[in-house]
Design a protein around this ligand. Sequence first.
Ligand code: SF4
Length: 427
Amino acid sequence: MNAKNLNERLRILIVMPAIKKRRSTYDLLLTRLTMWQSLTAYQIAALCKDNDVTIVDENYEKIKFESSYDIVAISAFTATAPRAYEIADRFRNLGTKVVLGGYHPTALPEEAKQHADSVVIGNAEGIWDGIMKDALNGELKPFYFSQPSFLASPLFNGRGKGIIKGIEATRGCPYRCKFCSISNSAIGGKYMKKPLKQVIEEIEKAGKYFVFYDSSLTINVSYTKALFKAMASLNKKFACFGNINVLARDKELLSLAREAGCIAWAVGMESVSEDALREARKKNDIRKYKKAVEMLHEHGIAAIASLVFGFDSDDEKVFERTLEAIYDLDIDSIGANILTPFPGTPLFDELKEQNRIFTYDWEKYDLYHVVHFPKRMEPEMLLYGVKWLIKQFFSYSNIFKSFLKNASLPMLYHLITSRLIYRREFK
Ligand code: SF4
């Protein structure tokens, strides 16, 4: 793009790429039913001010390569990076300037630069204004390092095609678990919160049901309590994430959550083994698991546990042991993930150094594929064990039992769609 008159509007396309393999009609339908609507494109759009902005989320719609743009901004995480690079190459071949950002380009900026004119390292907030000015002047820089001081509210204007919508009150987490791609990144390593007034305005405009996308609403508990108090009269229903140790000790937080409309709280349990938690640098207290789940249930809130398999201390018995523990704890739903060494994490550096990563095909870094050699089992056993556990937990009889127990339609929706997603990914 040549320099433009400073009064001219830029034509900006913002793209959220889809994972390449998910292209069939069934995939697109399932995505529409289950995928959480990304906020990123809409947050960047809000920073574009008076410029002419088009947003394409490839999970719901197609990119029109024949249209003409001054800049194409693409946000990618590791599993979508191959598709992001494909889109970027195609636009650059047409002579359009491409800016790449997101978790993967932030972790591997030199790799991303091979497909882009500019790479944003860190959050777009705080740097996007400068990028647009440089684009107007025809002087885009190869790399932009961001030091954000605020979080943008997304510009929705009735757009956003996903069924499951999100609110972001805070961003980031300071705890640095060894495998965590959020906390170990320049995007999510710094904890930031929006002013309450801004969050409440966003919630008022949102539908009745939403998810707080925040990594954890238990990092700053007094902020969260104030947020929940302010939400009490809004008549909303939501799910959110938090730390199990905090939930086990803070009854007030749970009753405020309930009054604010919380129907499910997801906790990063990760493992029921002390050794695995130590290895992951996760400071969960296993002795508190039972109490936390009981307290959630006392407040009418469902407990969803996020689990990770493939730690060095995990052997082939881990799947049965974990399934017994989650039944015993009376967990309402689970997310079962395969340990994945995302670029930028200490886990990635460690496994790479030990020569234990056997594929760098980023599309497989989606938590459903094994990409490293576990220590105490074969990769095939790790995949088989996770599939087995999923099959047991998301059986129709279990889903039915769970529905009888908590009689919550959103939880039923969550359990059935989780079953469908796992079936697709693990078929
Ligand atoms: S607590 Fe959660 S978000 Fe924070 S570093 Fe650990 S895994 Fe990441």
